[in-house]
Design a protein around this ligand. Structure first.
Ligand code: NAD
Length: 360
């Protein structure tokens, strides 16, 4: 099959890490008889330098015409870069929010997986880390408290701030369906996380998700209150497969879940819309402190490319091949700067890309 992939390399380490992901994708294409065409697009600081704005209509339009978007990261040193002397709506990060909105990306997926070889980096108790974990956090990205009406005003002589948390059943159903579809590709378990003992919006999430669950009899479905989930993530993370939740709970819990893996350079992510289209990017930023030195860890971006194959193109075998190659390289002891222990040899960014490509 032939696929067109929008490649937004971005700023800082972005070009270095996306180039390695493209290398691995090209090797996968060769091995499995596919063709990946990369359409290079500008966004973020590099787009400000060329076009005066972080995101142009052309970038949105071209990206929308592709089968998926593979992104590096955008932004510079927020203290020293001239990009941060611009007004907030003209800064690099505005491009990211803009493209997510324009492409209607409502479902954010962040896997949290503990590689046995990297257990030492896990901050949890040894016996908890020993059991390992492999979960997928699915966060609703375009509704809820962050998008509701808000204001601060004096009411009866007292300054009062109001934020509104709104969800309608359609917004809930479309992400619940995504959650169950994704569970079918994994260990077939969904945990809905909410605060249904207090919030009306959570009670609607439960009602709609209960209905969706009936269409997936093979999936083990359960519910958990968000405060309990925050505890369970550090006590017994192995119990989770797909965790489905609303925007703010997901914001907080997905950071907690990534933290327990212990390594930012390993964490991929995806943002999907109602079709198979998605934007795939590492969870980390543009790391300006190490940009241009060829020492960044490209694995999060390579794993993001694997997610693209699995969730946008339905190429599960190909995605498995990439994930297995990453595991193999770690098993053989190769480590980039962020993973190496003091005194351990460090592999450069492009060499890590080569090592993974060779193992496809
Ligand atoms: P950061 O994630 O870029 O860096 C934090 C630390 O992690 C740094 O020490 C960095 O060297 C290290 N690191 C990050 N990715 C790494 C990798 N792949 N390999 C090795 N080490 C890695 O966060 P920050 O310093 O807070 O932000 C820098 C810039 O990135 C800012 O402009 C910020 O706005 C932007 N940012 C962009 C995105 C995005 O594009 N989605 C996300 C977060 C931050």
């Amino acid at each position: 099959m032939k696929y067109r992939i929008a490649s937004i390399k971005g700023d800082g380490i972005g070009p270095e890490i996306v180039t390695q992901a493209q290398k691995v994708l090209n090797k996968t294409a060769e091995k499995f008889g596919h063709e990946f065409e990369f359409v290079e697009l500008l966004m973020g600081g590099c787009s400000i330098d060329v076009n005066g704005v972080p995101l142009t209509d052309e970038t949105v339009e071209e990206a929308g015409k592709c089968d998926a978007v593979l992104m590096g990261s955008i932004g510079g040193n927020t203290a020293t870069s001239p990009w941060y002397r611009l007004e907030p709506s003209k800064r690099p990060e505005a491009g990211l929010l803009g493209i997510r909105k324009a492409l209607k990306l409502f479902a954010n997926l962040r896997p949290a997986y503990l590689y046995p070889e990297l257990k030492d980096a896990c901050p949890l108790k040894e016996e908890v880390a020993a059991r390992g974990f492999d979960m997928m956090m699915i966060r609703e990205l375009t509704g809820g408290l962050y998008f509701g009406e808000r204001y601060t005003k004096e009411i009866d002589g007292v300054m009062t701030a109001v934020d509104t948390l709104t969800y309608n059943e359609n917004e809930i159903r479309r992400i619940a369906v995504k959650g169950f579809d994704i569970a079918m590709k994994r260990r077939k378990k969904v945990t809905l996380v909410d605060k249904a003992n207090v919030l009306d919006s959570s009670r609607l999430w439960r009602k709609v998700t209960d209905e969706v669950a009936k269409d997936y009899p093979e999936v083990e479905y359960g519910v958990m209150l968000v405060d309990n989930c925050a505890m369970q993530l550090v006590k017994d993370p192995a119990q989770f497969d797909v965790v489905l939740t609303e925007n703010m709970f997901g914001d907080i819990l997905s950071d907690e879940a990534s933290m327990i893996t212990g390594s930012i350079g390993m964490l991929p992510s995806a943002s999907l819309n109602e079709t198979k289209f998605g934007l795939y990017e590492p969870s980390g930023g543009s790391a300006p402190d190490i940009a241009g030195k060829n020492i960044a860890n490209p694995i999060a971006t390579i794993l993001s490319a694997a997610m693209m194959l699995r969730y946008s193109f339905d190429l599960d075998k190909e995605a498995d091949a990439i994930e297995n190659a990453v595991r193999q390289v770690l098993k053989e002891g190769y480590r980039t700067i962020d993973l190496a222990k003091p005194g351990e040899d460090q592999v450069k960014c492009d060499r890590m890309g080569d090592l993974i490509a060779e193992r496809i």
